[in-house]
Every structure is written in structure tokens, then in C-alpha cells.
Design a protein around this ligand. Structure first.
Ligand code: KG4
Ligand code: ZN
Length: 357
């Protein structure tokens, strides 16, 4: 069984081909191509939807050709064509879904509309040796640029929402704080790099909504903003706060920058670890998983893993290359769904606000 998938929900174009053989092993990833558009959006300080969709239109056919060449597979041998159908940017989602639908119609094969969040949620199970790809019950923490949520997973497509962010996603907070600090986009890897040599205890930053199942990161972002104003206020004489922060004319001392990044990162990690462990204890599930772009963060992976070990939970994280947006996770979700007989109508529309539960 072979699935070819497209991921075009935001600014990454991905094409992947995944094959499940009829033996005792897990699926083989025959190809996974990703084209990042970071450089095209960086100068605007965020994603510009029209630029993203124009680039998807350029990259999708090229990556399709590269993937089929790498897999040495004619398109006629693909058993189903999958695409992310939401959530995401409408004009971006449309490109991958349209190409996948066209191929499905042209080759007379099923079309699979996949929820991007399900792709992330299942990614920690990718690469296993189980040919049935069983999804064991787990507490799943999805942390990305657009989403922060805790889900109780009982099995494939059996999901219960435990909590989600009421304002910014964790990745969004990393990106916004990095921008404030004059660091590049995406902000997560930049902050992680500076945090590596910093003191996470130097600055006292808030851990919000600790007694709730939901998350909130906008207060933390604002706290960093005021702290930064206080720090640079000593060196900078611009007439108002807005100018001070947007001007980035100030130069933060290297030690202060590292300590600020480390303190901010630790504030996010503390909240994520605490709520995830509380959910695992409450829902009596023996396995904890983490996925999404923010789960590339080495300190988060380590601290969540250690906290799980202390409390007797098994811990699984997606491989770092599977954490940020890619089509392999969409192909995997598509394959699992195909194995249980799921198919979508080619008339099914993309949905920018598609819910997971
Ligand atoms: O999953 P993803 O590629 O896209 C969405 O579905 O949103 O996640 C991208 C997010 C960005 O906000 C980025 O700053 C964050 O993941 N990220 C990180 C790290 N690498 C990427 N955050 C913290 N530490 C990292 N190492
Ligand atoms: Zn994502």
C-alpha cells in the first residue's frame, strides 16, 4: 500500500511517499521533500499568504517530480493521494489539496483529506516496526507555531481535547519574543541557541494559568516586553516605548540576551511539562507524546522526558526532522486511515479552521 502526500498548510511545501509492505515491518519512507520559504517571508517579519501560495504553486510540481524520482516510483503505482485539508492558510491549503485531488481523479485512486494536527499528533509513532501501526493510548502535547493543545488519544481518530491555548501558541510566543529581541525568524531555534549558555533563573517571568487545563502565553510575552524596556531603558533615549522596541537600535549585552532567552524558554517549558504531566495523571494513560515545531527544542524534550520518567510514564517524541511541517507525517496519517478503510470525497473542501476534535 503506497500513499503520496502533500503538505501546504502554511509556508512549507512538502511531498512524501510512504509504502507499507505486506511483511512484519513498519512502513518505508520512499521519499520526503520539503521546500522552506523562510527566506521569502523573513523580510516581512511574518508569513505573507499570497507569497506562500505562489511559492507552493512553484514548488509542488517540482517536489512531486523529485519525490517520484527518488522513490523510483511511477505515479500509477500510488494507491492513494493525500493532502492536508486544514487547519492553515486557505490559499496555501488549496494548492496541495487541488494537486492531490487532480492526481486522485486522473489515476482513479482514493483521495485522503488529512487534518494537519492529526499529522503532528501521530508523528511520534512514525518509524516504528509495527506493520499494523497501532496507535497506543497516550496524552499528546502538540506544540507548534499555530497550536498548543493537550489531547487524550485513545486510538486512531479517537481524540478528546483536554486543553488548548486561549491566546498565543507556544511557537508564536517564541517567534514574537525573538522578533522583540531582534533575532531572526523562526524564533524558536534562535532563542534556543542563545538560551544554551544562559541562566534560566536570572529573570523572574510568569507561569500563567497553572491551575487550568488551558494555556496562555500572551502574558509571558508582555512580561518580556516590559522587562526588555526596563533593561534597554538604561541605555536608550528614544521618545517612546514603541520606538525603542521596533528600533532595535539598542544592542543588548550578550550575557543579558542569553539569560533573557533562557529565562523565557524555561517559563514556557515549565508550563508545558507541568500541564502535560497533570493530564497524564488525571487521564490514567501510561504514555506521553510530544509533537510539533516547538518539540524540536532539546531542553523541552529532555525535561519532559525526565519528568515522565520520574512519574513512571513512558515518553515518545517525534524525530526532530518530523517535528516541523513536512509531508511524511501527512502520508503516515493517510496510510493509517487508508488501512482502516477511510477515504474522502474529492468534493471535500479545505477548511482553514478544521478542528481535530
Ligand atoms: O509545526 P511547525 O513547523 O508549524 C506549525 O504548524 O505551526 O512549527 C513552527 C514553530 C515556529 O513557531 C518555530 O519558532 C517553532 O515551531 N520552533 C521552535 C524550535 N524549532 C521550531 N520552538 C522552540 N525551539 C525550537 N528549537
Ligand atoms: Zn504544523
Amino acid at each position: 500500500m503506497t500513499v503520496l502526500a502533500f503538505e501546504t498548510s502554511c509556508d512549507e511545501t512538502g511531498v512524501a511517499i510512504l509504502r507499507q509492505r505486506d511483511d512484519e515491518s513498519g512502513p518505508d519512507l520512499l521519499a520526503s521533500e520539503v521546500a522552506s520559504q523562510i527566506a521569502a517571508h523573513e523580510k516581512y517579519g511574518g508569513i505573507v499568504p499570497e507569497i506562500a501560495s505562489r511559492n507552493h504553486l512553484i514548488y509542488a510540481p517540482r517536489l512531486l517530480e523529485r519525490a517520484t524520482t527518488a522513490a523510483k516510483l511511477p505515479l500509477s503505482e500510488v494507491d492513494a493521494f493525500a493532502a492536508t485539508s486544514g487547519p492553515g492558510l486557505a490559499s496555501s491549503l488549496m494548492i496541495g489539496a487541488s494537486v492531490a485531488k487532480g492526481l486522485a481523479i486522473g489515476f482513479g485512486k482514493p483521495y485522503l483529506a488529512i487534518n494537519h494536527l492529526e499529522g503532528h499528533l501521530l508523528s511520534p509513532f512514525f518509524g516504528g516496526a509495527d506493520p499494523n501501526n497501532e496507535i497506543r493510548p497516550n496524552i499528546s502535547l502538540i506544540v507548534s507555531g499555530g497550536h498548543t493543545m493537550l489531547i487524550c488519544v485513545r486510538g486512531l481518530s479517537d481524540y478528546q481535547l483536554i486543553g488548548r491555548t486561549v491566546d498565543d501558541a507556544a511557537g508564536e510566543a517564541f517567534d514574537k519574543v525573538a522578533k522583540m529581541l531582534g533575532l531572526g525568524y523562526p524564533g524558536g531555534p534562535e532563542i534556543e541557541k542563545h538560551a544554551r549558555h544562559g541562566d534560566p533563573k536570572r529573570f523572574d517571568l510568569p507561569r500563567s494559568m497553572l491551575d487550568s487545563e488551558n494555556f496562555s502565553f500572551s502574558g509571558l510575552k508582555t512580561a518580556v516586553r516590559y522587562l526588555l524596556l526596563k533593561i534597554i531603558g538604561r541605555f536608550c533615549e528614544t521618545p517612546n516605548d514603541e520606538q525603542r522596541l521596533t528600533q532595535t537600535a539598542y544592542k543588548l549585552d550578550g550575557r543579558v540576551l542569553s539569560d533573557l532567552c533562557a529565562s523565557f524558554q524555561q517559563a514556557i517549558i515549565d508550563v508545558l511539562v507541568r500541564k502535560t504531566l497533570a493530564a497524564a495523571q488525571q487521564h490514567r494513560v501510561g504514555l506521553v507524546t510530544v509533537s510539533g515545531g516547538v518539540s524540536c527544542n532539546q531542553d523541552l524534550r529532555r525535561q519532559l522526558g525526565e519528568a515522565c520518567a520520574r512519574k513512571g510514564f513512558e515518553f515518545k517524541n517525534a524525530k526532530p526532522w518530523l517535528c516541523t511541517d513536512n509531508a511524511a507525517m501527512i502520508a503516515f496519517a493517510g496510510l493509517l486511515r487508508l488501512q482502516v478503510g477511510f477515504q474522502s470525497e474529492v468534493t471535500e473542501e479545505i477548511d482553514p479552521n478544521l478542528a481535530l476534535v
